[in-house]
Design a protein around this ligand. Structure first.
Ligand code: HEC
Length: 129
């Protein structure tokens, strides 16, 4: 009986620690590998409507949105998102990270490199004048 219990306990510990370690490792190992210069074009074509020229969330499409698009130029906001998170939300859309569905998934429109490039670009919006 005790033997079964410790086996069960050991399996539970393993089962509980696996998913946590996996997400942690994914975030740690993720390399964005994006070129912000190329991402700027993508951003101006696909993201400005909602996020605005400088990322402030004041694009023409933003007025009707609730919640409003995030202020991507705010360092306190964007620097708190990991590269893996930004990549995921751009590729899979808001709901994939528990955010609004008005942040659409771009994975069907942009190729993988374009997603990486635009993710790199949004991280530079905080440096715009
Ligand atoms: C139709 C309007 C719309 C367009 C177009 C759009 N977004 Fe968004 N985006 C949103 C909204 C709304 C949010 C805020 C979601 C929330 O806070 O629930 C958001 C949030 C984000 C966030 C923050 C995610 C987070 O976890 O808080 C990033 C990064 C982002 N968008 C990048 C992009 C990029 C890059 C593009 C262009 C490829 C883009 N968005 C195009 C509406 C849009």
């Amino acid at each position: 009986m005790i033997r079964y219990f410790s086996l069960f306990a050991a399996l539970t510990v393993i089962a509980l620690s696996l998913p946590v370690q996996r997400t942690f490792a994914e975030d740690e190992e993720f390399v964005l590998n994006g070129k912000a210069e190329d991402g700027e074009k993508v951003y101006k074509q696909f993201c400005v409507t909602c996020h605005g020229e400088k990322g402030k969330g004041d694009g023409i499409g933003a007025a009707a949105l609730d919640p409003k698009p995030a202020d991507l130029s705010n360092p306190d906001f964007i620097n708190n998102l990991s590269d893996a998170h930004i990549y995921k939300v751009v590729k899979e859309g808001g709901p994939a990270v528990g955010k609004s569905m008005f942040m659409a998934p771009w994975g069907g429109i942009l190729n993988d490199q374009q997603i990486r490039d635009v993710a790199a670009y949004v991280k530079t919006l905080q440096n715009l004048e």
